[in-house]
Design a protein around this ligand. Structure first.
Ligand SMILES: Nc1ncnc2c1ncn2[C@@H]1O[C@H](COP(=O)(O)OP(=O)(O)OP(=O)(O)O)[C@@H](O)[C@H]1O
Ligand SMILES: O=P(O)(O)OC[C@H]1O[C@](O)(CO)[C@@H](O)[C@@H]1O
Ligand SMILES: [Mg+2]
Length: 482
């Protein structure tokens, strides 16, 4: 195998077009490190497992749908415990931080990192950093023990608190160095993982023996490469409650309309999945699919038609949908502390537009109820399947850190736990591909028009072909496509 690496990527190439997009390791920049037998060998629960340790060469392919003449393509290192580790248990001083918006499952991930460190590896020093990145240099820490975290997975939010903004590289790495922290677990979204990559580079530059490991988080489910982000299923499940309420309200009134706004800043995965799960939705609007209100084939014409047919309708709108239309009536833009654009309230705007349209149609009075459950769907504790998923992500992350890997996130790729370099997930988002079959399923379930004129449709198809030719997997790189 020949090895190519630069500061961004560590790539190994093998036969038949095999590519390993590897993650950094402490030995890349520190020589003569001691190794120790993995303590799991002596753990009564795990020592009975036939082949518990991961083969050093195990990797997971990025693409599973292949053709006869395809090259083997990109692979990621398989996650899991290694025979030998690069830390002795009493040497480890770990810390955990949560950043960005809330997401169901954050507390489960915290709990399971602490428990894996204690129970699998015999580590007893774990710190919680309060209030996101700025907590490293402006707040007190708290000691995390299995007893302290025992019940936290039953609560929504994060016991550590979270924040946006406040990423100061030097102050954060100074704090890590001053406290003697040598394992940094960072849970957060794309912004957080960009920040984690910067921390990793600085730690490496200073030559410190400390690993940086991320667990990607966002209920929007738009993180590249991975099958699905934790908390997404819970959020979709919770969204059903709002959609049900909207349906009940709409059905009970003459020409009743229920409008539900769901999260999704750049991508419509929550809206799309909540719509498909519910089957009560007549119109689903997402950021990826443009729409227009007035005239033939427009949204208002469809609403009128649907009301005439059914007597009621339910609309689900992702918060990032139609932002360019809303901006025409309200052009002020603001940003949050992390520099993310603050969105206009498309749900309220859409409700007003629909009301105004029907106000002029005296023969067709409507009753519209607007439900905004945005924060309710992310503030709940994670459901059963997300709890298990969070547990495995946390354990994988701990195994990787103990094995000396650094600058990685732990993520599920086609059902296998892997270590993925930061650079692969921070550079672009996953989006709903509206020329994929999944979006077609939504259109056929709601019966809504696509709002795309033939010329626009051709442009979307061309853009998608271009992405595929560049070797990307489009939305099927995410396990959210079937
Ligand atoms: N490019 C960057 N470099 C360094 N730090 C960053 C960068 N982008 C964001 N951060 C830091 O990461 C933290 C979280 O970022 P952000 O508020 O964008 O949330 P996120 O992790 O993307 O999660 P969410 O899914 O809620 O958007 C903030 O403290 C922010 O300062
Ligand atoms: O109001 P906050 O906390 O900034 O979070 C809102 C954002 O968080 C997200 O869930 C991203 O994770 C977006 O969908 C949403 O725009
Ligand atoms: Mg983000």
């Amino acid at each position: 195998m020949e090895e190519h690496s630069d500061s961004q990527m560590k790539i190994e190439k093998g036969d038949y077009g095999y590519v390993l997009e590897d993650v950094p390791h402490l030995t890349d920049y520190i020589s003569n490190l001691n190794t120790y037998p993995n303590p799991l060998r002596f753990n009564p629960a795990y020592s009975v497992v036939k082949q518990y340790f991961i083969d050093l060469d195990d990797t997971v392919p990025e693409k599973v749908i292949v053709h006869k003449n395809d090259t083997r393509g990109v692979h990621f290192r398989r996650a899991g415990p290694r025979q030998n580790v690069y830390f002795s248990p009493d040497e480890v001083h770990a810390c955990i931080v949560t950043c960005g918006g809330l997401c169901p499952g954050l507390n489960t991930v915290i709990r399971e990192i602490v428990c894996a460190l204690y129970h699998m590896y015999g580590v007893t020093r774990v710190l919680g950093i309060d209030g996101g990145y700025r907590g490293f240099y402006s707040k007190n820490t708290r000691t995390l023990t299995p007893k302290f975290v025992n019940d936290i997975h039953k609560r929504g939010g994060t016991i550590l608190g979270s924040s946006r903004g406040g990423h100061d590289k030097s102050k954060i790495v100074d704090s890590i160095q001053d406290r003697g922290i040598n394992q940094v677990y960072i849970i957060g979204g794309d912004g957080t993982q960009k920040g984690a990559a910067v921390i990793f580079e600085e730690i490496k530059r200073r030559g410190i023996k400390a690993v940086v490991a991320g667990i990607p988080k966002t209920i929007d489910n738009d993180i590249a490469v991975i099958d699905k982000s934790f908390g997404f299923d819970t959020a979709v499940e919770e969204a059903q409650r709002a959609i049900n309420a909207a349906h009940v309200e709409a059905e009970s009134a003459e020409n009743g309309i229920g409008v539900v706004k769901l999260m999704g800043r750049y991508s419509g995965f929550i809206a799309m999945y909540a719509t498909l799960a519910s089957r009560d939705v007549d119109l689903c609007l997402i950021p990826e699919s443009p729409f227009f209100l007035e005239g033939e084939g427009g949204l208002l014409e469809y609403v009128e038609k649907r009301l005439k047919e059914m007597g009621h309708m339910v609309i689900v709108v992702a918060e990032g949908a139609g932002q360019e239309l809303v901006a025409q009536s309200n052009s002020a833009t603001a940003k949050d502390a992390s520099g993310n654009k603050l969105l206009k309230d498309v749900g309220m705007w859409l409700s007003d537009q629909i009301k105004a349209h029907f106000a002029s149609k005296k023969h067709m009075p409507i009753t519209l109820k607007y439900i905004d459950p945005t924060y309710m769907i992310r503030a709940v504790p994670s459901n059963a399947s997300d709890n298990i998923y969070c547990t495995l992500l946390a354990q994988s992350c701990v195994h990787g850190a103990m094995a000396g890997f650094t600058g990685f996130i732990s993520g599920l790729v086609h059902g296998r736990h892997t270590y993925i370099p930061f650079s692969r997930i921070v550079d672009h988002h996953n989006n709903v591909v509206i020329t994929d079959r999944m979006w077609a399923r939504v259109l056929s379930s709601t019966n809504q028009p696509s709002f795309l004129r033939p010329k626009e449709l051709i442009e979307f198809q061309k853009a998608e072909e271009h992405v595929l030719m560049e070797g990307e997997n489009s939305s099927s790189s995410s396990g959210t496509s079937f």
